[in-house]
Design a protein around this ligand. Structure first.
Ligand SMILES: Cc1cc2nc3c(=O)[nH]c(=O)nc-3n(C[C@H](O)[C@H](O)[C@H](O)COP(=O)(O)OP(=O)(O)OC[C@H]3O[C@@H](n4cnc5c(N)ncnc54)[C@H](O)[C@@H]3O)c2cc1C
Length: 363
């Protein structure tokens, strides 16, 4: 069995590894210009069950993530925690520097015999007729090439009119195991610890025009909300325009669309890559069934994948969107009513347990 992967981002490499473990030959095509990995300040929070899944394929990966035991949520008006989620005997999620996890995953692929990579002009390669017929399946994660433009162009889209600014703060040493999200008047600001002296910041700021906010202004805004860290310095800022986008079809012929561009969501709940890991888990389950019964890999596996995962991803992505809209709406509620609402939710252990399970494992 032979599968081709298009793209070489984190999703592509994780997928390659899990397929190789199933004794499938993997050929990966990428265009060097599309992947910029080194020296980025981006981080990814990965839920407990997904960290444990990755650890099965990449022994020791959990050690490079910083474990978070508690998540606290506050708002512009109520700066004390209005909601908190805690795990008493285990971590809730772990925060990884993107660069570290990418390198870890990449180095584990070095010794794989059934794995080949090709750095090529994607658009030229993918239009060749024989490319499509040379593999049982093709998994396109790049989704910005001539092939995907032809096969996967229908999307549901929404502009958040927001930009996410990410950076890392270096600060005085503290016990740093609590992640904090503040739903500020300018947008959600997350503090995600990555060590006892470093914390990653994700600040998603509403902005109707596409201009960027200056670093000086951002630092001033962040300092206004920071009550916990004695900040020594800020690393560089990176920024991303935020949108919600869901692909209408997951496959055509023997080509499967996969990864973040299939379901792009708001980063406020740190779930984008977690959704992709859940997709990988389900794809593996289908693969195991095919292998167990000695069946060929063909588009039927893609059909089943779409049938099971598309609606779950639509519900999940929309739930994140509802949270985003709720906190926008909350600002308009009378303060007393808002306070009562949060007290009710924070005391409701069934609600909190259900939200925690959803964030960890999805539907
Ligand atoms: C600001 C932000 C914070 C996020 N935090 C989390 C999280 O805590 N947990 C989680 O599961 N998912 C998170 N996501 C989604 C996650 O980043 C993507 O699912 C993941 O990067 C896919 O990685 P990749 O290498 O497979 O794809 P790539 O092709 O490398 O990236 C896919 C997309 O990731 C986004 N991205 C690019 N740079 C950054 C960056 N510096 N930080 C974050 N995202 C970036 C872009 O929108 C890009 O289109 C976040 C997304 C954004 C925009």
């Amino acid at each position: 069995m032979k599968i081709s992967i298009i793209g070489n981002n984190l999703t592509a490499l994780v997928l390659a590894k899990v397929l190789l473990k199933k004794k499938i030959q993997v050929e990966l095509f990428y265009d060097e210009n599309t992947t910029k990995v080194s020296k980025t300040v981006r981080t990814i929070g990965i839920s407990q069950s997904n960290v444990l899944f990755l650890n099965k394929y990449f022994k020791g990966i959990e050690k490079i993530g910083h474990k978070i035991d508690k998540i606290s949520i506050s708002t512009e008006r109520q700066r004390n925690d209005v909601l908190n989620f805690e795990n008493y005997n285990n971590f809730k999620f772990a925060v990884f520097k993107y660069e570290d996890i990418y390198k870890f995953v990449k180095s584990s692929l070095k010794k794989e015999k059934n794995f080949k990579t090709f750095n090529t002009k994607l658009d030229k390669k993918l239009i060749q007729k024989k490319y499509l017929t040379s593999y049982d399946l093709i998994i396109d994660i790049n989704l910005r090439n001539t092939l995907s433009k032809k096969l996967f162009f229908q999307k549901i889209k929404k502009d958040y009119f927001s930009r996410a600014y990410v950076t890392i703060i270096n600060h005085k040493q503290i016990k740093n195991n609590i992640a904090k999200q503040i739903f500020s008047s300018s947008g959600p600001l997350a503090f995600l610890p990555i060590s006892n002296t470093k914390t990653s910041l994700v600040y998603s700021i509403f902005n109707n025009n596409s201009s960027k906010i200056s670093e000086e202004k951002l630092i001033e805004m962040i300092k206004n909300y920071n009550t916990k860290y004695k900040i020594i310095s800020f690393e560089k800022f990176e920024s991303f325009k935020l949108e919600f986008s869901l692909l209408r079809n997951y496959f055509k012929q023997n080509v499967l669309a996969f990864g973040d561009r299939v379901h792009t969501i708001h980063p406020l709940a740190g779930q984008g890559f977690n959704m992709t890991i859940r997709d990988i888990k389900y794809f593996l389950k289908l693969l195991d069934e095919k292998i167990k019964y000695g069946l060929n890999l063909d588009s039927s596996i893609l059909e089943e994948f779409e049938k099971n995962n598309k609606y779950k991803n639509v519900i999940f992505a929309n739930s994140i969107d509802i949270i985003h809209e709720f906190f926008k709406f909350e600002k308009k509620l009378p303060e007393k009513l808002s306070e009562k609402l949060f007290i009710y939710f924070n005391k409701n252990n069934i609600f909190k347990k259900y939200i925690s399970i959803l964030a960890d494992r999805g539907f």
